[in-house]
Design a protein around this ligand. Structure first.
Ligand code: ADP
Ligand code: MG
Length: 368
């Protein structure tokens, strides 16, 4: 295994974070296993680390203010890394976030670079069995994480779509005409093209990376990008994408008017995740789908490691519970082989195979 410079979490301290009034937990390189009964706060602990890195909540569409314990006004998350840096985030009930790096105030997004994190959670299986939006959002979140240009382009694109949709509604209601539409069309086509190029590059790199991950007896995943427009008419799919998009927009005005929203653009593209030449969506059991979704995340982890030249912390929430003994063993082994530091949660110690246990650190959630 190639060694990368690693970001290791040494300690996490929480105060008034959801059901955790006060906690400090120490971690080591390699696999860290958090075993505690359901409802005790394992997911909350992982979520707090995710929040430190991404500035958002992963589980639901909740507001960040809901991270604060019911009987408190302010939640606090602190991470001490092995390079001695201390990242700290505070959130109020009203949802106001502030951040400190080594006790000095910084913009909250700064901490994301300090603690690169990737998450696998039970809901990650939706990447496989959910609709296109789940995969697209995950793709957008991931690309925004590794590429600042993508992040800014996406923010601008979403703004344009919103404004263009508002304009379509005005025209529909007879309150405006098409005279101003050319401006929005031009923006939408330019930004779609840019997002498209980034995404195609990402998929190429991901498909290359997936072959390098040590997967034991599992096979690598392959991603297929599915444009919402037909680009097969030319060998240069990038210029074809723009040309067809222009054409669609010009000829589809009535359709967009009927729908009251933008029907063409990068927000309509999809990806499919394949394993063994099969779309994972249609793969057999829930367990297999879970493994597939996990391998996809592990591949993203490996890509992040390559691009950033340092290894993120891999948060793995409740992976084992739906797997049989054999798959638990294989998953355990590939985590040990591929991941520099992981935090793995489980409700029962028996869910973790003995080989993985023998090389892992057990983290007790000690409430002080
Ligand atoms: N803002 C909050 N204040 C207090 N408790 C909360 C808050 N948000 C969630 N909880 C509680 O956290 C618990 C769930 O913790 P969770 O991390 O999902 O447990 P586990 O993953 O160990 O099963 C639930 O009992 C829930 O009511
Ligand atoms: Mg949980």
């Amino acid at each position: 295994m190639v060694k990368y410079y690693s970001t290791m979490i040494k300690r996490i301290s929480l105060q008034n974070y959801r059901n955790i009034e006060s906690l400090s937990a120490d971690f080591e390189p390699g696999v860290n296993i958090v075993i505690a009964p359901n409802g005790s706060g394992k997911t909350n602990l992982l979520e707090s680390i995710y929040f430190l890195s991404y500035n958002k909540v992963f589980r639901t569409i909740e507001q960040v203010g809901q991270l604060v314990s019911h009987n408190s006004e302010l939640a606090r998350v602190e991470a001490e890394l092995d390079n001695q840096s201390i990242s700290e985030k505070l959130v109020t009930k009203e949802g106001k976030i502030s951040a400190l790096l080594n006790k000095k105030a910084v913009v909250p997004s700064r901490l994301g670079d300090k603690i690169p994190v990737l998450l696998f959670a039970p809901a990650s299986v939706n990447l496989v069995d959910g609709d296109a939006t789940v995969r697209r959002d995950d793709l957008d979140t991931f690309l925004s994480k590794i590429d600042g240009d993508y992040r800014l382009t996406l923010i601008e694109y979403k703004k344009i779509i919103k404004q263009r949709n508002a304009q379509i509604k005005l025209i529909k209601d007879g309150e405006s005409d098409y005279s101003g539409m050319g401006f929005w069309d031009g923006k939408l086509i330019d930004l779609s093209h840019k997002l498209y190029q980034h995404r195609i590059n990402y998929i190429q790199t991901l498909n290359d990376t997936s072959k390098e991950v040590e997967l034991e007896r599992y096979t690598p995943v392959t991603i297929i990008y599915k444009e919402h427009v037909d680009v097969s008419g030319s060998s240069d799919k990038f210029s074809e994408y723009m040309r067809v998009l222009e054409e669609k927009i010009a000829t589809g005005r009535h359709k967009e008017l009927g729908a009251g929203k933008s029907l063409y653009g990068a927000h309509r593209d999809e990806i499919s995740i394949f394993m063994n030449e099969m779309d994972l969506r249609y793969l057999g059991s829930r367990g297999q789908q879970r493994v597939g979704a996990f391998i996809y995340k592990l591949t993203q982890y490996s890509l992040l490691k390559k691009v950033k030249d340092e290894s993120p912390v891999f948060l793995i929430d409740d992976l084992m519970s739906e797997l049989d003994t054999k798959n638990r063993e294989i998953c355990g082994r590939i985590i040990v082989k591929n991941v520099e530091q992981s935090i793995l949660t489980s409700a029962e110690e028996t869910e973790i195979d003995s080989e993985t246990k023998s090389v892992s650190k057990f983290v007790r959630i000690i409430r002080d």
